[in-house]
Write a protein that binds this ligand. Structure first.
Ligand SMILES: [Zn+2]
Length: 126
């Protein structure tokens, strides 16, 4: 395997073709839109999803916009690598991602409590 940084050449609407390094976790730019502005180029990893039956309830993946404005709103992505969470629509830092995981733990407990309540209402296993 090459130790050279992996690069990608992307068309932009304002800078023409640009060649930039990709982080190791980047899944590539197969969905790149050539009408993208240079500042909006984004690296993204494969997403992890929470799927139940046929619905994707939650999806999260690494993102980084290496040329974003320095004062870009962090929750909308920026130069620092974050995790984009859908359908939340925010990019989270590690502390915020742990908070989300904690909220999901608490929600799973509430679902189990609700299942217990339902089971009791229905007479237990009937
Ligand atoms: Zn990339």
């Amino acid at each position: 395997m090459s130790t050279e940084p992996r690069t990608v050449t992307l068309a932009t609407v304002d800078h023409g073709d640009v060649t930039i390094p990709c982080p190791a976790w980047c899944a590539g730019h197969s969905h790149h839109d050539p009408h993208t502005e240079y500042v909006d180029i984004i690296h993204s990893s494969p997403e992890i999803t929470l799927t139940f039956r046929h619905a994707v309830l939650l999806a999260a993946g690494l993102v980084q916009s290496p040329h974003a404005d320095v004062d870009a709103t962090p929750s909308l992505g920026g130069r620092a690598t974050g995790v984009s969470v859908h359908p939340l629509g925010d990019t989270l830092n590690p502390v915020q991602l742990y908070e989300l995981a904690g909220a999901l733990d608490a929600y799973a407990d509430r679902l189990r409590d609700l299942a217990d309540q339902l089971d009791a209402i229905r007479g237990g296993g009937q």
